[in-house]
Ligand binder design. Structure first.
Ligand SMILES: [Zn+2]
Length: 386
C-alpha cells in the first residue's frame, strides 16, 4: 500500500511535462501559387478539415497522387474535398514526398486563387531546425558554431511564429527568411547541435527579437536601426566590429558592369542620367556601409540611398553596401566587403570564432551583446511549448 502511494505520487510528479507539454510547431511555406502537386505517402496519413479539426479520411499509404487546386475545392486524385484548405497529417517520424522532395509532419494545402494554392509544411520546430541548419550552413562546421546558429535560427523563427500567429505560415523555405530543404538536409551534427540547445532562444528585456543572420559581414555588422523601421534602437542589434570573418568566404568581392549595363540597371534614373561619368559616395554609416551616393551623368545628376542603388543593381551583384565604385577603362568596377545586409549573426565570423576554440555563449554574446539566453517555454505565446 505504501509503495502504491509512492508510485501514484511519482506518476503525478512526472505527468505535467509528459502529458500537457505540446510540441512547438512551425509552418513553412514550401511552394506558392501552384496549380497542383504530386505527393507520395509510404506510411499511414489522414485528411483533416482545418476549420473543424475533423478527420475525413484515412489511408495506409499512397504510392503517388496528384493534388489539384480545382474550382470547387482541392482534389486528391479522384476525391473531391470541396474544401479550400486541407491538412494531410502523418506521424512525425515518417515522411512524405512533395514533387519527389521528402518532408515530415503535415502538409497544409490552401487555395490562393480559383486554380492555385500554396503548400505549407507544418512540423515540430526542433525537427525543422535540424534540416534548416544544414540548409544555411555546413554540417562539417565545428559544433560550437552550429549550436550558436541553432539558437539564432530558433529565436528568429520563434519570433516570426509569435508575430504571424494570424497568418497562414510562419516562414518561407527560401532566402527571404530561412532556407529549408526538408528531410534530405538533416545531418547527425545538426541534430546534435539542435538537441544540445533544445528550446534555447535569445531575448532582450524578456522578449524575442529578430536574430537575423548573413553570410559574411565584411568586418563590421550593421545596426538594424539603419535598415529597418524601428521605434527605438535595439542594443543587441546595434552592430559590432568583427575581426573573425576576415579572410573567409565572401569577405571581399568584386564585380563590374559596362556603362550600358549600369544605365539599364538604373532604369528611369539611368535614362535621365545619360552615360554615367562619376559615382560619388556622399555618406557612410558607422559600420562603413554606404548611406547615400551621387551619380553624375552626361545629362543630369541623381542622389539616392545606398540601399536603393543596391536594389537596382541586384542584391547578388552588389553583394553588400560596403563598397567603392571606380571607372576603369570601359568598365565600372565595384569592390566591397561582406555578403548580405550585415545585421545580426555573421555566419563566417561565427565559424572563425569556433575555429579559434570559442564556445557557443561567447559567440552569441559577440554578435548579440547583452542578449539573454533562456528557454522558449514560458515566453508570451509559448507557455505550453515543449
Ligand atoms: Zn563578420
Amino acid at each position: 500500500m505504501r509503495w502504491g502511494k509512492w508510485i501514484v505520487f511519482l506518476a503525478l510528479l512526472f505527468l505535467p511535462t509528459t502529458v500537457f507539454a505540446q510540441e512547438q510547431l512551425v509552418r513553412v511555406r514550401i511552394l506558392q501559387n501552384v496549380p497542383s502537386v504530386r505527393l507520395t505517402f509510404s506510411e499511414p496519413f489522414h485528411l483533416e478539415d482545418p476549420k473543424t479539426g475533423k478527420i475525413l479520411r484515412e489511408w495506409k499509404s499512397l504510392p503517388w497522387v496528384e493534388v489539384v487546386a480545382g474550382e470547387e475545392g482541392i482534389r486528391i486524385g479522384q476525391l473531391k474535398t470541396n474544401l479550400s484548405a486541407i491538412i494531410l497529417q502523418t506521424d512525425t517520424d515518417s515522411y512524405f514526398r512533395v514533387n519527389s522532395q521528402p518532408y515530415r509532419g503535415a502538409l497544409i494545402l490552401m487555395k490562393t486563387a480559383p486554380d492555385r494554392m500554396m503548400v505549407i509544411n507544418r512540423l515540430p520546430l526542433e525537427r525543422y531546425l535540424v534540416g534548416a541548419l544544414t540548409s544555411e550552413t555546413s554540417s562539417t562546421w565545428p559544433i560550437e558554431v552550429l549550436k550558436a546558429h541553432a539558437v539564432v535560427s530558433r529565436t528568429m523563427v520563434a519570433h516570426r511564429i509569435w508575430l504571424r500567429k494570424d497568418q497562414p505560415f510562419d516562414v518561407t523555405a527560401d532566402t527571404s527568411t530561412h532556407l529549408y530543404y526538408g528531410v534530405l538536409a538533416e545531418r547527425p551534427n545538426t541534430q546534435l547541435a539542435v538537441r544540445q540547445t533544445l528550446g534555447q532562444v535569445l531575448t532582450w528585456e524578456d522578449e524575442l527579437f529578430s536574430t537575423t543572420f548573413h553570410a559574411n559581414c565584411g568586418g563590421h555588422t550593421e545596426d538594424a536601426f539603419e535598415l529597418w523601421e524601428m521605434k527605438k534602437k535595439l542594443p543587441p542589434l546595434e552592430g559590432v566590429e568583427d575581426p573573425y570573418c576576415r579572410g573567409f568566404k565572401h569577405y571581399t568581392w568584386e564585380t563590374s558592369m559596362t556603362p550600358a549595363e549600369l544605365m539599364a540597371a538604373l532604369k528611369e534614373d539611368g535614362a535621365r542620367l545619360g552615360a554615367v561619368k562619376a559615382i560619388q559616395i556622399l555618406e557612410k554609416n558607422r559600420s562603413g556601409r554606404v548611406r547615400s551616393l551621387r551619380i553624375e551623368g552626361t545629362q543630369s545628376n541623381v542622389v539616392m540611398t545606398g540601399e536603393k542603388f543596391r536594389d537596382l543593381l541586384g542584391f547578388n551583384h552588389l553583394r553588400s553596401l560596403n563598397f567603392t565604385a571606380v571607372l576603369l577603362a570601359d568598365k565600372w568596377v565595384f569592390k566591397g566587403f561582406g555578403w548580405g545586409h550585415g545585421v545580426g549573426f555573421c555566419q563566417w565570423g561565427g565559424y572563425g570564432m569556433a575555429m579559434k576554440g570559442m564556445k557557443m555563449d561567447p559567440i552569441l554574446q559577440h554578435y548579440f551583446p547583452g542578449a539573454k539566453k533562456r528557454s522558449l517555454k514560458g515566453l508570451p505565446g509559448f507557455e505550453t511549448a515543449y
